[in-house]
Design a protein around this ligand. Structure first.
Ligand code: ASP
Ligand code: MG
Length: 403
């Protein structure tokens, strides 16, 4: 008997009709002779609504309580779905993350799964139960509920698939799979039949919302094949797996964009050994996640250092650096917020040298000004004004023949 792990996102569980439809789909999978585990997200916009409630009390609510609050959304879905399956005459049981043995580290709001104690899960499957598990949550070393970061149910599903050595991990969502860019920007964009772990990981990290980045990391480490597909039809979606050289998607596989980016500039610091170390040491201490860094060449023995990070990290970074500006010898600290990051991703880049110039030409033709540039082995990212983001994505989709 095969073990199948399915994950249903919030839009697939948004109301009772949809929950009944998901229940039928899970029962079908069981009737085909499989042991089925389903991981669920919170219904519809539940998590957003809970965040809004908390923010009416505080802009910076205590992280432990926030985790406890947000984790309730998944618990509503899991119970309703288990009831729905039982109402259709099948055996099902719902388990919270802790009941399912999902153990995390102790970083509230962005915990990582460190272990899954699968005894209970396996026992329930042996009893011919369909097991429904609350995604996004686990139990940390202090016996407290921790959540995995927004979108984290994907990671719960892939981690359980890895722990049980499942035959398949299906991620059900409201679109037909992974597209080469956001179809809300380019409606006729290509759907990808398959994508490698490395490319998917870059796209997810650079802002594509379809999969939680950590889920792709776990899949890659444990060799879990992911099938991203729609819960509203039976179409084949997108397979995320180890790269197969024969199936290259072309030079560029996808385009990601991200509005959650800001630039911090440290003006006029002395051009002597140790200044960059001083700046980034302080930021690292506060867990600020730095993305791009640019240091200008020195004038009058002074440098400017600019870097990008998420909006909330940038605001924290500005405060931290202002407090130590004197020690750094910095003249001024500035933050710029109305920006977006647009990135192209493709394993084909490793063997072609002219992709960067092709990208910049395409942006120039659309009269888009580039603020910062960074590259890695399989990505090129640019920072542009946020008002230019959609135009940039469209131009690049055309240029790299992704429509
Ligand atoms: N409900 C959580 C969120 O909205 C987790 C998830 O959906 O994966 O971020
Ligand atoms: Mg999601």
């Amino acid at each position: 008997m095969s073990i199948i792990v399915q994950k249903y996102g919030g839009s697939s569980l948004a109301d009772i009709d949809k929950i009944m439809r998901v229940a039928n789909r899970i029962i079908d999978a069981k009737k085909q002779g499989n042991k089925v585990i389903a991981i669920v997200s919170a219904m519809g916009k539940t998590t957003d609504n809970l965040v809004t409630l908390a923010n009416q009390i505080s802009k910076n609510p205590p992280k432990r309580e926030m985790d406890r609050l947000l984790s309730t959304g998944e618990e509503i879905s899991m119970s309703l779905l288990a009831m729905a399956i039982q109402s259709l005459g099948e055996n099902a049981i719902s388990l919270t993350g802790p009941q399912a043995g999902i153990m995390t580290d102790s970083i509230h709001n962005k915990a990582k799964i460190i272990n899954i104690v699968s005894d209970r899960l396996l026992k329930e499957l042996e009893n011919y139960n369909i097991v429904i598990i609350a995604g996004f949550q686990g139990l940390n070393e202090n016996n407290d509920i921790a959540t995995l970061g927004r979108g984290g149910s994907d990671t719960s599903a892939v981690s359980i698939a890895a722990a049980l050595n499942a035959d398949l991990c299906e991620i059900f969502t409201d679109v037909d799979g992974v597209y080469a860019c956001d179809p809300r920007i380019v409606p006729n964009i290509k759907k990808l039949t398959a994508i490698s772990y490395d490319e998917m990981l870059e796209l997810a990290n650079l802002g594509a919302k379809v999969l939680h980045p950590r889920s792709v990391e776990v899949a890659k480490t444990h060799g879990v094949t992911i099938h991203v597909r729609s819960s509203f039809n039976h179409n084949i979606g997108t397979i995320v797996k180890e790269e197969n050289k024969m199936e290259h998607n072309g030079l560029i596989t996808g385009i990601a964009h991200d509005f959650n980016v800001a630039k911090v500039v440290v003006f006029g610091i002395p051009d002597i050994p140790g200044t960059a170390a001083n700046v980034f040491r302080e930021l690292a201490k506060s867990n600020i996640n730095i993305q791009m860094i640019v240091q200008s060449s020195q004038i009058n023995n002074k440098n400017d250092i600019a870097f990008t990070c998420s909006l909330s990290d940038a605001r924290d970074a500005k405060n931290i650096l202002e407090n130590i500006a004197k020690e750094l010898g910095a003249e001024n600290i500035l933050i710029e917020e109305n920006l977006a990051k647009v990135s192209i991703v493709g394993a084909g880049m490793m063997t072609h040298s002219n992709i960067a110039s092709q990208m910049f030409e395409a942006l120039a033709k659309s009269d888009i000004n580039i603020d910062m540039i960074s590259t890695s082995e399989i990505t090129i990212s640019v920072i542009v004004d946020s008002s230019q983001c959609e135009k940039a994505v469209k131009a690049l989709a055309e240029e790299f023949k992704l429509v």
